[in-house]
Design a protein around this ligand. Sequence first.
Ligand SMILES: [Zn+2]
Length: 183
Amino acid sequence: MAVREIILYATHQDALRKKSKAVPFINQKVRQLIRDLKDTLAASSDGIGLAAPQINIHKRVVIACPGAEIDGEWQAGPPVILVNPEIIEASGERRDFDGCLSFPGLYGETARPHHLRVTGLDETGEAFDRVYEGFNAVVIHHEIDHLNGVLFIDRVENLKDLYTLRENERGEIERVPVTVNMP
Ligand SMILES: [Zn+2]
């Protein structure tokens, strides 16, 4: 996808741009939504988070896989559900890797907080108050953005920070900058 196409795609994705509504309580419909989010994420090969508007349901529910640094590399953990997540603290903004299941194969560098404190409800309706640090904060911040119609490409400041990945002849993964195709 060229940048122009990405922008056209993104601006025409009403489903991704619409703001989602808070869930008043966990009823049968919300439980079904949670199951659908889990199934959709599990069916993706490299997804680490998904928000309800990405499957065209405009409720404030996200799934994400906060993980841990293992031998200096971040690895996703088991999925958690956040209902009505609200950011009550955000700090430590710096640039990090970003990508989205709604933009397969496209990656970028965005500036996001690396410390987040989030309140909300878990999938049983129990209130939580959690702190996410490092890349976990990035993942959660990305998903909460979706509930407000904000996409990661909105946070990419420079075109050169947007790229696809390919394997070169030495078998290494390298970045391929996205080029602009003018009409
Ligand atoms: Zn996304």
